[in-house]
Design a binder for this molecule. Structure first.
Ligand code: BDR
Ligand code: CA
Length: 325
């Protein structure tokens, strides 16, 4: 079994990623850290707990950073983010993202995500894979407190970034855009990194027909996945039309699928990836040196530029079939 730690900002695609991980015998989920991102930290933690409780799992959940390192301090730099630090958790107990799941009655652990991450990695044999699928704030803070964790990490499999085009700005993907300084710290930490940008996740879409198949499967996880996927497909028609009108990406689940079966990723290239945080039009961009212009630059990440859609959906369906009814 591959030991993993998920780091999530649960929203609907994080929810599918968590369910896939918890339901896959190839993986042992040691814990789940939460971070500010899709929603404020209270809501991403609540949503994470909902998913864990829904599946009857006892995996520990650790609450992490409530704010990005720097980006939200600069006026005007994050104009699209009304919810960073401004969300009223009381008003949002019934998240529009995960309303399908009952409110959580279980609680996060008392220890915070950062110290747990450091303690767990330092006590390990270097056999833990980190799977951050939200902004990289928690891991960046952990690296700043204890840089020695970099040598203890087996691999970091990140959902984030974009080579061809962004989903928040022309150049920038959400997870990196929220906290580009954190992303830069992580990209340069020296650990083995696989980066799964939008270029890959947009090619690993799930279709409405496949949602029907999940419904027919009828397990708890299949029904929730179908619900979330339908919500996403509908949203993407407006937000960012995909190649086909009846399908949408489940970004974060691709990172989990890639640990279960690395061949789900296609066109994987070992590259130097820099992160821009200049505040200009490339702010939050993962700058991928695909033509090796900088000969001296360290090739710090394996970047997936494509994915095997059929294989991805197969992994999701196989996981969801294992849940109870
Ligand atoms: C990423 O941003 C978040 O909205 C999703 O959960 C995913 O991790 C996609 O850009
Ligand atoms: Ca996410």
């Amino acid at each position: 079994k591959t030991k993993i730690i998920l780091d999530v900002d649960t929203g609907s695609d994080d929810a599918v990623a968590i369910m896939t991980a918890l339901l896959s015998p190839e993986l042992e989920v040691l814990g789940i850290c939460t971070v500010n991102g899709n929603r404020c930290i209270e809501m991403t933690t609540e949503n994470t707990l909902r998913v864990v409780e829904y599946l009857g799992s006892d995996v520990p959940v650790f609450k992490g950073c409530a704010m990005p390192l720097v980006s939200s301090l600069q006026p005007g730099r994050r104009p699209h983010m009304p919810f960073i630090g401004q969300e009223d958790p009381e008003e949002n107990v019934h998240s529009d993202y995960l309303d399908y799941l009952p409110p959580a009655t279980i609680k996060p652990q008392k220890q915070n995500a950062i110290t747990w991450l450091i303690d767990t990695l330092m006590a390990s044999d270097g056999d833990i894979t980190l799977v951050p699928v939200g902004p990289l704030t928690n891991l960046a803070v952990a690296l700043r407190i204890e840089p020695a964790i970099a040598d203890k990490i087996k691999e970091i499999v990140i959902m984030g970034g974009a080579y061809e085009y962004g989903n928040i700005t022309a150049t920038s993907e959400f997870n990196i855009w929220i906290d580009p300084e954190a992303a830069k710290i992580v990209m340069d930490c020296g650990a083995k990194i696989t980066l799964i940008p939008l270029d890959a996740t947009h090619r690993a879409c799930i279709s409405l027909a496949e949602c029907d198949e999940l419904d027919a499967m009828g397990t708890k996880a299949a029904l929730a996945t179908s619900e979330f996927a339908r919500y996403r497909i509908k949203g993407y028609r407006v937000f960012q039309p995909m190649e086909q009108d009846d399908w949408g990406p489940i970004h974060d689940a691709l990172a989990v699928a890639a640990i279960i079966d690395p061949t789900v990723l296609k066109d994987v290239r070992q590259l130097h990836v820099d992160v821009d945080f200049s505040g200009g039009s490339a702010d939050g961009m993962t700058v991928c040196d695909v033509n090796f212009r900088d000969k001296k630059a360290v090739r710090n990440a394996a970047v997936a530029l494509n994915a095997d859609r059929e294989k991805f959906v197969g992994i999701i369906k196989a996981a969801m079939a294992r849940s109870e009814r």
